[in-house]
Structures are given as C-alpha cells and as structure tokens.
Design a protein around this ligand. Sequence first.
Ligand code: GCW
Length: 670
Amino acid sequence: WAEDGHDLWLRYRPVEAGAGYVPTAIAPVADTPTLRIARAELERGLRGLVGAAPAGADRVILIGTPASSPAIAGLDLPLKAAGEEGYLIRSATFDGRSATVIAANRDIGVLYGVFRYLSLIQTRQPVDNLAIVSAPKIKLRMLNHWDNLDRTVERGYAGQSIWDWWKLPDYADPRYADYARANASLGINGTVLNNVNAKALSLTGPWIAKAGALATVFRPYGIRVYLSARFSAPIEIGGLKTADPRDPAVRAFWKAKADEIYKVIPDFGGFLVKANSEGQPGPQDYGATHADGANMLADAVGPHGGVVIWRAFVYSHEQPDDRAKQGYAEFKPFDGQFRDNVVIQVKNGAIDFQPREPFHPLFGAMPKSNLGMEFQITKEYLGFATHLAYLGPLYEETLRADTQARGKGSTVARVIDGDLDGRKLTAMAGVANIGTDRSWSGSHFDQANWYVFGRLAWDPDASSRDIAADWAKMTFSPDPRFVGPVVDLMMGSRETVVDYMTPLGLHHQMGRSHHYGPGPWVAGGERADWTSVYYAMAGPDGIGFDRTARGSNAVAQYAPAVGACFADLRCVDEKDLLWFHHLPWDYRLKSGQTLWEGLVTRYSRGVAGVDAMGKTWGDMAPYVDAERHAQVTAFLKIQRREAQWWRDASVSWFQTFSQRPLPAGEALPP
Ligand code: GCW
C-alpha cells in the first residue's frame, strides 16, 4: 500500500524472520467500549507484526482490569503503582501456558498497556520476561489545536483542520477515531478543539453539538474535549453589555453556559483562555485581574469537575517594558489566588516558541499555583513543515533546566509534574501540528514531534534520544544501520536550525508576521517591540539584548543564583549569550574567536549541518520505502537552500553594523 505516512508510528509491518517473536492468542476480553478497542488494537498489531495465532497456540495474552476479568483479579497483581491511568505488564504462567498479562485499574490503562506492549515488539525488545509498571507523571496531557471554525489553522502547516465542522455533528469522519487512536498510543488524554484566538460562536448550541460528536468518538480512547473560550462571549452571544468577571449577570452567563455544555458533554474537560494578550479581550478591560477572570470561569465549570487553563502568554505593545518580563510581572503577584481547578499555562520560554529560549521565569516562581507547560509542536519559528527539526532536545532542555526555586535540582520537570511543590493538578500542552495532510503533520519527520511531545507528557524525565530511537524504529525501520545514523541526525537537527537562524542567543529574527525565512531588518510598525531589530539591538557598538541590571533586568525574575549566572559573562552558557547580553563585536568567545567571527561561523555551521543531514539521509535509501525517502530528500533540499538564505541574509545584514571582514574561508554571494 501507499507509504504516505498516514499510519504514523503504528505501522505494524512484519518483523524479520528469526527475530524470535511467536504468534500469541488473546484470551477473552470483557466487552466495554475501551476494552473492545484495546483488544482490536492488540489483534491488529499482533497479526501485522507476527501473524495470526494458530488454534491452540501455547502462548496467551490476558488483558483487562480486576473488575472486568476474574482471571486478572485472581492473579492478585500489585496494581496500586499503576494509579488511575497506568498499567502493569507481566510475564506469568496461566492455565499451564506461558502468558503475558496487561492489567490496569481502569480500562484506559489497559489500552495504554496494549500500545506499550506492541511498541516493545515494534522496537524489537524481548517480550518473554516482562515486569513493567508505568503511570503518567502528569495529569492533563493535552493537545491545543489552533484550529479556526472555517478550518484554517493558525500556524498550521499540514493542511486544513481535521475537524470537518460543516458535516458535524451528523457525520463522524473516520479520521477522528484514527486521531484518537494515535493520541491514545502516547497517553494524550485531552484536546482543545479550537484556536485560543477564539470566536464566541464556538460556545453556541450548534457548535457545542459538534464538539459533543467529537467527544463521543474520543471518549473510549480516554480523551476529553476542551474548548477555547473568548472572554467577551457574554457580550457577543449572551446579550450583555459587559464581560466584567465581577458582574453577577456575567457570572450567571458562564454558569449557564457551563451547565449547557455539560448536558451535551458530561465529561467536558473545561476552558482554555487567552486573555489580554495580542488584542484578545480579558478581565483587565474592566480593571479586573487575571485571577478574577480565571476564578469566575473556574467556579462555572468546577461543580462539573472541569478545569480552567489560563494562559500566561500575555503581552501588549502598550507596555513599554521588555516583553520577556510581562508574563512574570502579571502573574507572579497572584500566586495563591487562583482556584484549585485553575492551571496557569506557561510557554516554555518568555518570548515565543523560538528555536532556543531560556526557560520561562514563572517556572518555580508560583509554588502556590498549578503551573502547566505549553510547548509548540507545530514549527512556527523553525521552518514550518519542510525544515527537519526534531524538537525532543528543545523540550528536554527546558524540562531539565534547573529553576533552583528550592535549591539545586528544582528542575522545570519537577515544577510541572507537581513534585516540587506538591501540586496535584498538573498539565502539559502541545500546540498541535496535525491537519488534513496525508501524513498528518506536513512532513514525515514532523510526526516525531507529536510523538516525543506525547511521550514526555507521560514522563517528563524521559530521554529525547531514547524516544527518537523508538520513533525511528516504529516509523521507518528497526535496522541498527538505519537507527544509529538517523537518531544522530534527529538529535542534531534542532541545533542546526538554531545555528542558521538565531545563533548565540539571538531570537525573533524571522520575517514579519508569517515568521518564515530571515527578516533581521524588520523594524518599526505599530509594535516596535515585536520586531527583529528590537530583539537583536545590533549597532556599531555590538549586538544582543541586555537583560542584566544595566538593561531590562529580566534576570531578576529568576531565582537569585540562576539570575546571577545568566547575568555573569563567565557563567552564562554561550548558547544564551545574546539573549541576556549586549556585547561588542570584538568580545572574545570561549573559542578565542571574536563575537563577530563566532556568529558568522555558526551561521555557516548551520548550513553545513543541513548538508550533513542530506548526506546521511541519502545513505538511508536501502532502509526506507522510496515514497517516504523521496519526500524527506526533497524537503532537505529546500532546507539546504533556505539555510543558505538565512546565513547569507543575516551575515550581510549584521555586517552593515559590525563593519568587519568575514573570517578566513567565509564568503558572501556577490
Ligand atoms: O506564537 C504566537 C503566534 C500567534 C499565536 C500566539 C499565541 C494563537 O504568532 O499566532 O496566536 O503566539 O500563542 O497566543
């Protein structure tokens, strides 16, 4: 069949002869919606990987919960560690046959366990002597779709929205179940259907019914539906004159709206809100606070078990201060004032999903609030769908960063999994890269970013390299001659993009508003603080944004030891140099090069990095079907050309300020 990528990492192609796996029978499974799906998945996977079990097969798999399976109840398994969503996989003997048991406290854990078991075979690990227990460390593992009601997708590069609103609720496209299945294979358990730049229309009856139809498809896969809420909805669809969260009529509107939604979607997850940011309405329009706004909505959904996810991505051009400081400045003072069912969703960095950002200063700074992580899976600032950039290392870098909020070892991962401050309601969201594209994500390698996001949401301490290896084996080939080079390629790919776009801590140098390609010269306009020139601060004297005490003092928003390090040229990592410092062109880097030379060298290194990826990929032809191999090859050519474009444009532009010659061996086109 067509290798168009639609199967994602769930391809289940036959294992090589002699790999040592044998056909296995599946013991009878209780008939519940989720267990039916789990059984079908197991059957599909096993049949594809190792073939159908012959009658009387001497190996058997038992799946279920103690409540649904007397056999499993009889095994008296230590299921406590599996929690509400986790699972246990054990090799055992049952009725004299050798058996594998996949057990959980709830049906959804069984489904997750089935996917895990199949992945063991997909990645060619032994399955004879298993003793696995796994439970998610984060409670809400969610995708955020920036999908509009007209099916365009903000910052989407993979076609239209997969939500076919026009035909909903009457027709449920089979893609919805495929989508739920893929997400369940990663343990993702929530999805926000519509863009955070929300329309009030999405909260009207007909649209609630459409969301309800999707929720019905997703439910047996353990996925809850959420909606982005427009803060001014009480005016737009409620006939009110205000959306002031302190106004009783406004509060009543939201309570009634929540009741209406829960009638249709009894397990509705809750609201995601972007308020008072980039022109969106919010409580500050009425002199009220983020806490007032979030708590009002929390009170509306709380009685139904819902949550409010309130974004900390706030900034406005009317605020003259460094944009990087605004989120912290607006939220930190309200620590402890948000309801228990509110999550403050914080982007990984303080500006906006750049190829590299230091971790957001809010992590560790609000111990009395639920702080969730927001990563971007779609590559708004990293070359859209064609540039190959595996984001695992980006996510991992943020998760492992040490906030030092409670001394050394206070990693961002421990903030968001609740461990550091004993928080129970924990969350990690990824802005989806999913669309109607045949390969779902716009390119084959962009599937890896969806995959690694899901895996890290389950376990934020997992290794992005291990995850890349699993993905590469499942998606392409488990042949070590493929996996070794391709995992190395993936692991280096994001740094390569950093090199040719924004080396040494530069940021936001992309073209205006579309964010594709170089635009370091972008300046002025209504919002000077949104532009490249403002972020690079290049001039005859040097380059970089001074966030030390001499400049915007953004470093003061971090724990003292962390801020002191960022501010200190002897301590700050050169990867973040120009994020925190404005330095002369002749400043000496650790390598002994001047800053100017080091910049140029890094841009060139980025171009060379794409060349190297192209070579490696070329060598992989024997291990990959021609169809997918050709697409990746073509996209790498685009990336090579555009890396050069980035380098040449950036070096030319900055040379007008540095007024220095290029280092030996470097040249620009005439
Ligand atoms: O990354 C920026 C994008 C906007 C986006 C905004 C946000 C949804 O350029 O398109 O709007 O951030 O996260 O709210």
